[in-house]
Design a protein around this ligand. Sequence first.
Ligand SMILES: C[S@@+](CC[C@H](N)C(=O)[O-])C[C@H]1O[C@@H](n2cnc3c(N)ncnc32)[C@H](O)[C@@H]1O
Length: 293
Amino acid sequence: MKTQSIPYTNYKEQNRIDMVDFYNEATEDYEFWSNDYNMHFGYFIPFKTNPFKRDSMLNQMNRQVIKRLHIGKTKNRLVDLGCGMGATMRYALKHYKNVMAYGVTLSNFQVQKGNELLKGKNGIILKENYNNTSFQSNSFDSALAIESFCHSGHDYNSLKEMHRILKPGGRFVIADAFLKKDKTKLCKGGKYAYNKLCSHWNLEKLETHQFIKAKLEELGFIGIKVEDVSFRVAPSVLHVPFAITGFILKKLFGFNTIKRESFHNLKGSFYALLSGLHMKSFGYYMISATKSS
Ligand SMILES: C[S@@+](CC[C@H](N)C(=O)[O-])C[C@H]1O[C@@H](n2cnc3c(N)ncnc32)[C@H](O)[C@@H]1O
């Protein structure tokens, strides 16, 4: 990785600065990936979602995550930890009238543009660090994190903060890529894909799903469910080469230059595909649980 020679704490800080720059500059490119600005992969259900229609799979991911939150009929305060442009919040608000949605991100671009997309809806995006928010303890019924905790390396602090702000009995869902084994045990190809993926998408590191489960137990979560949904996610990952080619052609034919951050992002998407092919090393998981009462 490019910053390996820097001491770890500086590496963490540098990674965060690079990540924020990356999202401030490259977020608008995601319109090419998703009309609704979904900044994640999709969820495929045979005969239900069309594998050729990317947005239907991306919105199905929103649906699957929200379904696992068990939102009832009473008022539900929901927080999206690393919300991007608020696509999942908008999906929740459209389908559940009793939801009040908060999103946090570190990108000014996402705060400004994401809030424009939320205008007139019962939701707001705030510039906050999900590892250390200013929210009161025990204040949310639901929390979700789609492909966002990876930026902090699936850190214990992200889980601890999520636990703090959830009410007793509150639920969370994390959807993200995790390692299936410790990074020291990855094969040569797996290690190459992992290092490139982390550096191009500004991911501090990835953890194993076993690590997350152990930390959730330590925090006192109950009913922890770890689902390997890699095969559901794979069809949308296979869209990557086509989306990249289309994006580049559109820019070239429009005589537009491609920003450095956009190139970085495109290469990251390619390494996500490469990582996905190392099925013994990487998997895409949905992890959900309840905070004990
Ligand atoms: C790949 S995007 C996913 C966005 C959104 N969850 C979605 O699926 O559309 C990752 C998001 O995590 C946010 N993020 C990363 N680290 C963060 C942190 N420490 N605090 C708050 N947000 C963070 C980024 O700003 C970005 O919005």
